[in-house]
Design a protein around this ligand. Sequence first.
Ligand code: RNT
Ligand code: ZN
Length: 418
Amino acid sequence: MTQQERYEAAKNRYAGIGVDTDAAIAQLKEVPVSLHCWQGDDVTGFDHVGPLTGGIQVTGNYPGKARTPEELMQDMDEVLRLTPGKKKLNLHASYAIFEEGEHVDRDKLEPKHFAKWVAFAKERNMGIDFNPTFFSHDKIKDGLTLSSPDEETRRFWIDHGKACIRISEYFAKETGVPCVMNIWTGDGYKDIPADRMGPRLRYKDSIEQILSEPFDRKLVKPCVESKVFGIGVESYTAGSGEFTLTFAATHEGCLPLMDNGHYHPTEVVSDKIPTLLCFFPEIALHITRPVRWDSDHVVLFDDETKEMAKEIVRNDALSRVYMALDYFDAGINRISAWTVGFRSWQKALLSALCTPNRKLKELQDQNSLSEMMVLQEELKTYPFGDIWEEYCRQCGVSAGSEWFEEVKKYEAEVLLKR
Ligand code: RNT
Ligand code: ZN
């Protein structure tokens, strides 16, 4: 059977349970997913020398890491070639590109320091998302930024946040696509603090000051990301789950951002997505794969990833949920890591779009729970691979693991020469 014949056969099987696979494919092509620049260089960035600090950690030492903006862009282009679907570019402030000999600190960053990224994104028809960088910097005092008791430190980081709002608005204006700007800090304590509320009150005030910077709410979508712990901040984080959720709920236009590595190991973000959708017009996600902790492993087509995609699709929320990938593995080929993760999330979305969601809801509401279970189980062996192949074909990328041959070639010709 040819690929087309296999697709036609699969399409018929899905039609039998009321799923229109052509429509699913067409719909997915329009859904933007943010591709994080930081998988390419182990979250290093270009505005400083020194280690990654602030509660996160990258492990591994695979050769070929991007060292310059040009190398990072070249690597990202390779990923764009190997992945189907619509992309947005996700940048951190630490990826500012300075002129020869120029350097400005993070509180003084300007749109012009990101002009090359804008050109890159526009040429590739991508919007841009942005993140102020509250880590890997010498102005982090005693592990604290926006929640610091030291006013000078706190001022510096508030000014950084405000600069990032202006840059986010510039991105949105240039690309014509709203910019999601995510605030995450690793502020916290390794051991039991004596004052838990003080840092949170300062954090709250700092974010309020950042958001007091004038901006168009249709162009910039500020988010707050929570985290239950970080490396070196195991006992307490200022930006806890309750803190960020309540902040977003009480500040007009501010979105909660859930990173599925940032909860206790038995909590699942798939269940939190529909909960938040009951209350927030829009929410944001960092899609990752935690293994025992917030390890930021490459996203795979696994059960929880599928369940998250299902919750977005079956609640008709593809336009209400801003989806960004967030992981970094330096132990394997970085292009491959980027590609596997992006493709996995695409698979999860396509598979959710090929699910008879209305039928399943009906069965639940009729309390036909036996039939609901049977159908859910049957679906697991439906010929989804043939639908995926067709989607990849239409997007002009290889469906099977042939793409890895290109990664190997790129590794030999480009990465290993660095
Ligand atoms: C860290 C957070 C945060 C970062 C990126 C680099 O635990 O997940 O989102 O991963 O901003
Ligand atoms: Zn994250």
